[in-house]
Design a binder for this molecule. Structure first.
Ligand SMILES: [Zn+2]
Length: 159
């Protein structure tokens, strides 16, 4: 990925470059959980170490949700904390693209079950999130699935 100066909002399933404390290198990590576009938990794609994300781990990445908070004081003395954020991107657009690509492979949609085994590129039907496309498999028992409402990390191959 080329370096970018644009601020990025992160969702679970996206990749972020971060300093891995175990590998001691700046490496690609998968975002496991994000809050308001800011990565909360990440996993090193190289050593699979999971941990909390801190802004200091990703010196080359501008995170949109991490914009500094500004405080304003109203005439009555009320202090309001505001943070400037770019409008949220619609995850449904990325989902529609993924669904279109997956449809071209002609593979049948599989029902999601954590005991099942799924591969990257497969379309799965989830009871709660609807249809989604498996985009990544960050661990042997974990898949990242892009749904209309955003990417989710799901378990699979659980006996
Ligand atoms: Zn690592």
């Amino acid at each position: 990925m080329p370096p970018t100066t644009r601020a990025t909002k992160f969702n679970a399933g996206q990749e972020i470059d971060a300093q891995c404390p175990k590998c001691e290198l700046l490496l690609a990590h998968t975002v496991l959980a994000a809050v308001n576009g800011v990565p909360a938990r990440i996993m090193c794609n190289t050593c699979k170490r999971e941990g909390k994300w801190r802004a200091s781990m990703s010196p080359g990445t501008k995170v949109a949700g991490a914009a500094p908070k500004r405080t304003t004081t109203d005439a009555d003395g009320t202090v309001r904390v505001t943070s400037k954020r770019s409008p949220p991107e619609d995850p449904a657009v990325g989902w529609a693209n993924q669904m279109r690509l997956a449809a071209n492979t002609g593979r049948a949609t599989k029902s999601y079950d954590m005991k099942g085994a799924f591969e990257i590129g497969e379309v799965i039907a989830h009871a709660r999130f609807g249809d989604g496309v498996v985009r990544d498999a960050p661990a042997a028992d974990r898949i990242v699935v892009v749904f209309k409402e955003g990417a989710k990390v799901l378990a699979h191959r659980r006996a």
